[in-house]
Ligand binder design. Structure first.
Ligand code: F6P
Length: 339
């Protein structure tokens, strides 16, 4: 079979292992794997690269994606869906694997329902916010990087007797911030799923400071401070949250309310790069392999999912459009883990 593969949306560590899994499983079936460059943009423009073994030989430990990615939404272009489908046929592809988060998989689902295009999805996102799968690759590595940053902030915060704030990504959900804060032993966390109570937070930080003479706070970029959202949106309509700068607002408020010197660090895209962790490597490879299996089983319109420790599949229509928010079970733990 001639299988196209593309990566859409934000990059993350684990994409290259997934591409490697796809290629290696394809070899078992003598498939040809055609990389589509820069996400849906590449399909709109027929920009491809036939993958060879030498392309994937040494990519296991490389962050990002060898295929490139973009936030291009073909459905925002005139006749974009149809162009994608026509190009898919012109390229002689038998099926397409779309690796991405909710936006990319949403487009894959639409192409499947509008044109019966033989697509299969592989979930990825550092935000870990896809409801159909327990874990997505990218998350473990980005949280590991954020914890590393937090440990460094602890060193300087302790030396200068300061409160240190780390703003992390995660979009509308707080998985990245919460796991960074718990995993890094922070003193407080602000996530979109919980109301921001500045007074309560500052009282808590004053107590922590009395004890340790420093404190660490993790702030998710997506928290709602009741201010109007400003700034640009991407082609899928998402506000570019980093530009909102909630970390700065929180940092200024803490300093004003506690009288303690406070500094902010925004990890930003640093947490999207770097060599994938073991977890993300294995999940990437496993999901890539499964996608090729789904194609050979003719299970189109489906996406790979990790459910428990099993690699399973669900229909794309079930899997997209539902954000997985931090649930009560975790929120109930917050008072226990931050003392
Ligand atoms: O969805 C992944 C993510 O890293 C979010 O956490 C973040 O809000 C967004 O992408 C940033 O996107 P971009 O790289 O397009 O600025």
């Amino acid at each position: 079979m001639r299988i196209g593969v593309l990566c859409g949306g934000g990059d993350c560590p684990g994409l290259n292992p997934a591409i490697r899994g796809i290629y290696l499983r394809g070899l078992d079936f003598s498939d040809e794997i055609i990389g589509i460059l820069d996400g849906w943009k590449g399909l709109l423009e027929k920009k491809t690269q036939k993958l060879e073994l030498s392309d994937i030989d040494e990519i296991m430990g490389r962050g990002g994606t060898i295929l490139g990615t973009s936030r291009t939404n073909p459905y925002k272009k005139e006749n974009g869906g149809k162009v994608c489908f026509d190009n898919f046929k012109e390229l002689g592809l038998d099926s397409l694997i779309a690796i991405g988060g909710d936006d990319t998989l949403g487009v894959a689902n639409k192409l499947f329902s509008d044109f019966n295009m033989p697509v299969v999805g592989v979930p990825k996102t550092m935000d870990n916010d896809l409801s159909a799968t327990d874990w997505t690759f990218g998350f473990d590595t980005s949280v590991t990087s954020a914890i590393d940053a937090l440990e460094k902030l602890r060193d300087t915060g302790r030396s200068h007797r300061r409160i240190m704030i780390l703003e992390v990504m995660g979009r509308d959900t707080g998985w990245v911030a919460l796991f960074t804060a718990i995993g890094g032993g922070a003193d407080y966390v602000l996530i979109p799923e919980m109301n921001v109570n500045l007074e309560k937070m500052c009282e808590h930080l004053k107590k922590v400071y009395e004890r340790k003479k420093h404190a660490l706070v993790v702030v998710s970029e997506g928290i709602d401070l009741g201010k109007e959202e400003t700034g640009s949106v991407d082609e899928f309509g998402h506000t570019i949250l980093q530009k909102k700068g909630v970390g700065k607002i929180i940092s200024d408020e803490i300093e004003k309310r506690t009288g303690i010197e406070t500094r902010l660090a925004v990890i930003g895209h640093i947490q999207r790069g770097g060599t994938p962790t073991l977890f993300d490597r294995i999940l990437g490879v496993r999901t890539g392999i499964k996608a090729v299996d789904l194609i050979h089983e003719k299970k189109f319109g489906r996406m790979v999912a990790q459910i428990g420790n099993k690699i399973a599949d669900v229909s794309l229509s079930e899997g997209v459009g539902k954000t997985k928010f931090v649930d009560k079970e975790w929120i109930d733990l917050v008072d226990t883990v931050f003392k």
